[in-house]
Ligand binder design. Structure first.
Ligand SMILES: Nc1ncnc2c1ncn2[C@@H]1O[C@H](COP(=O)(O)OP(=O)(O)O)[C@@H](O)[C@H]1O
Ligand SMILES: [Mg+2]
Length: 168
């Protein structure tokens, strides 16, 4: 179904996690929904096929809003189409680079994770994958994953921290 998807074995996945990692991180404070969308849109401009975004943070912290900005930055005109895929677990948007949007909120344990087949998507070199509630998947992600941690600072304020592990 996913032509060209690279499916590494688990040994490779583990080796991919060095014991010592340096992490590049950037923190931004957003003061409105529009600002979060615009931050995500700018961030999307630098994304390439194969990139993975692991979004973490409480309910209402802005994960779906951030994905809306990513989708819009990748050329999706109808940002209303972007909704938390809480019940279906995944949406695919017909963006410039196809965008897979997961929500693991309802995920219970590793058996569920295997059933979702997440690795088929996050290792698809032709698409970009956004995963809400990534904390539910633990260390499942490749080391090149962008970690987007969102925090509620106030009614309209959100801290957006973007981290990328780096091997240099
Ligand atoms: N600066 C902001 N950025 C993003 N969302 C915000 C912001 N300020 C207030 N909100 C509100 O917070 C909620 C975020 O919802 P959503 O993006 O669905 O979060 P999540 O997917 O993390 O549950 C929305 O109701 C939105 O109106
Ligand atoms: Mg959501």
């Amino acid at each position: 179904m996913f032509l060209g998807a690279v499916k590494p074995n688990f040994i490779l996945l583990k080796k991919d996690f060095p014991i010592f990692r340096m992490t590049k991180s950037q923190k931004i404070v957003s003061s409105s929904v529009e600002e979060t969308v615009s931050i995500a849109k700018k961030f999307a401009a630098g994304l390439k096929a194969g990139n993975v975004l692991a979004l973490e943070g409480d309910l209402g912290s802005g994960k779906t809003t951030f994905v809306k900005g990513i989708a819009s930055g990748l050329g999706l005109n109808d940002s209303d189409a972007v909704k938390s895929p809480t019940f279906v677990l995944m949406h695919i948007y017909p963006t410039r680079i196809p965008l897979y949007h997961f929500d693991l909120y309802r995920l219970e344990g590793n058996a569920d994770l295997a059933a979702v087949g997440l690795e088929d998507f996050i290792y698809d070199p032709k698409a970009i994958t956004c995963v809400e509630w990534a904390e539910k998947a633990g260390n499942f992600f490749p080391s090149s994953t962008y970690r987007i941690a969102l925090k509620i600072l106030g009614s309209d304020k959100r801290q957006i921290e973007i981290k990328k592990a780096s091997l240099e």
